[in-house]
Design a protein around this ligand. Structure first.
Ligand code: UD1
Ligand code: MG
Length: 458
């Protein structure tokens, strides 16, 4: 079966009016990835070697997204939406290349899994000409019904064309199919539009294939895998299902999630074994966490790399380019952007580190700010190994703090500091004996005089 070639034709020409959106429906995201890209991923995981994307509404945006998330996909424009069979035929040039298997998928059914597709392909390998992916939704209204006889699928009837009896069938068409490449175009070309909606129905190939004596069967997918998205409530439902699957996978791979339902992953989050994630943590796109890290509650992490045994949060914000090396620590109310925090360095409280390097073992005091931006350009701050930055310091970039450099608290550092030097960048303290008491007495008598004058007015 692995030798069989496979084309995935993904239908995504629809507008998706019920999303009430300027964005084409299939570009709405689940786990930070457009729905249609999830579909491409599933197809590829099931062995698709070619991907044909049928687009129409929002074609330019669709092409841009395809170039980014599925550069290998060929796009085909369906000028008029005349039905699902018509849409598949838009990819005629790809289908006629002669693939063994053609998987027809929907761009708005993003939770389809590789296993379901693989099972359908296996049935093709066993000799079926058409394999329909069915499912049993809690409410079948609106779906095409699968009509079976003696283990064979004889027809799919759209709801509008169903008899009273047929409407009672709970086994429905999820929409997706696997079709033997050798028969695909011949079957599709035989479809007409004589039905209640006047559309060219893909589902008609079931009867057409049956009439030609070809084998047609149905397989069953879970409700979740077949969930089609039409509005934002269903989008949220799909997101929830996706997150639930991913959390489960993470836990089985050795990650502790204390309150799994409060942790959100991205489509590409990588997280190593023995990492502990506390409640309410958000992983945006592009995060890699090695093993043994601790991610404390309420941390927001995107585009960041976290090496082994790091400690992050609570309430940490790691932005793109944050690169934490082994045992680095980024504590509460700290923001790190485009910066390397080298081995064992500590950025513990209320700090912004942007466009910087913090050398191994350095200690960044509370309230330290790298002033990296002058309103026009960004500048780099280089902090050497073992440096100590006193609390409430501003490091005005570009600036270098040498290895072992020591910055006095409250400094504004505008000039580079050599290795092992101590730098003060603040006014010197002046202490005047007795002056505090004198001031207090002066202020107290002024207040008493004011009160007395106010009383005399009455
Ligand atoms: C389709 C199935 C139905 C199944 C249901 C599952 C047919 C005839 N019916 O119905 O049996 O139960 O899906 O959700 O196949 N599309 C195009 N161009 C077109 C028409 C559709 O690209 O000309 C795309 C849509 O954008 C969508 C997909 O094909 O992604 C399905 O089309 P839709 O109109 O939603 O079909 P349903 O009526 O839901
Ligand atoms: Mg639909």
């Amino acid at each position: 079966m692995n030798q069989r070639t496979c084309l995935s034709v993904i239908l995504a020409a629809g507008e998706g009016t019920r999303m009430k959106s300027a964005l084409p429906k299939v570009l709405h995201q689940i786990a930070g990835l457009p729905m249609v890209a999830h579909v491409v991923k599933a197809a590829e995981a099931a062995g698709a070697t070619g991907v044909a994307l049928v687009i129409g509404h929002g074609a330019d945006e669709m092409r841009k997204t395809a170039a980014k998330f599925a550069p290998e996909a060929e796009t085909f424009v369906q000028e008029k939406r005349l039905g699902t069979a018509h849409a598949v035929i838009a990819a005629r040039a790809a289908i006629s290349k002669g693939y063994d298997d053609v998987l027809v998928m929907f761009g708005d059914t993003p939770l389809i899994d590789a296993d379901t597709l693989t099972v359908a392909r296996l049935r093709l390998a066993e000799g079926a000409a058409v394999v329909v992916i069915g499912f049993r939704p809690p409410n079948p209204t609106g779906y095409g019904r699968l009509i079976e006889k003696g283990g064979k699928l004889i027809a799919i009837r759209e709801e509008k064309d169903c008899s009273e009896e047929e409407r009672k069938i709970g086994f429905c068409n999820a929409g997706m199919m696997a079709v033997a490449g050798a028969h695909a175009l011949k079957l599709l070309d035989a479809v007409d539009n004589k039905n209640a909606k006047g559309e060219y129905y893909l589902t008609d190939i079931v009867e057409i294939a049956g009439a030609q004596g070809l084998d047609v069967v149905a397989t069953e997918a879970s409700f979740e895998s077949a969930l089609g998205i039409n509005n934002r409530a269903e989008l949220a439902q799909a997101e929830a299902i996706w997150q639930q699957r991913r959390r489960h996978e993470a836990m089985l791979s050795g990650v502790t999630l204390i309150a799994p339902e409060t942790v959100y992953f991205s489509h590409d989050t990588e997280i190593g074994a023995d990492t502990i994630v506390e409640p309410n943590v958000w992983f945006g796109p592009g995060v890699m966490v090695a093993s043994g890290a601790k991610i404390h509650a309420f941390s927001h992490i995107e585009g960041a790399t976290i090496a082994s045994n790091c400690d992050v949060g609570p309430f940490a914000r790691l932005r793109p380019g944050a690169d934490l090396r082994n045992k680095a620590k980024v504590g509460n109310f700290c923001e790190v952007k485009q910066a390397v925090i080298e081995e064992g360095a500590k950025v513990n409280h209320l700090t912004y580190i942007g466009d910087a390097r913090v050398g191994a073992g350095a200690n960044i005091g509370a309230g330290t700010i790298t002033c990296n931006y002058d309103g026009y350009s960004k500048f780099f701050t280089d902090i050497g190994e073992g440096a100590f930055i006193g609390s409430n310091s501003s490091l005005v970039a570009p600036v270098t703090i040498g290895n072992g450099g020591y910055i006095a608290s409250g400094s504004v550092i505008t000039e580079s500091v050599p290795d092992d030097a101590l730098a003060f960048g603040r006014a010197r303290q002046k202490t005047i004996p007795g002056k505090g008491k004198e001031l207090r007495e002066r202020f107290a008598s002024a207040a008493a005089a004011k009160k007395k004058a106010a009383g005399a007015d009455h």
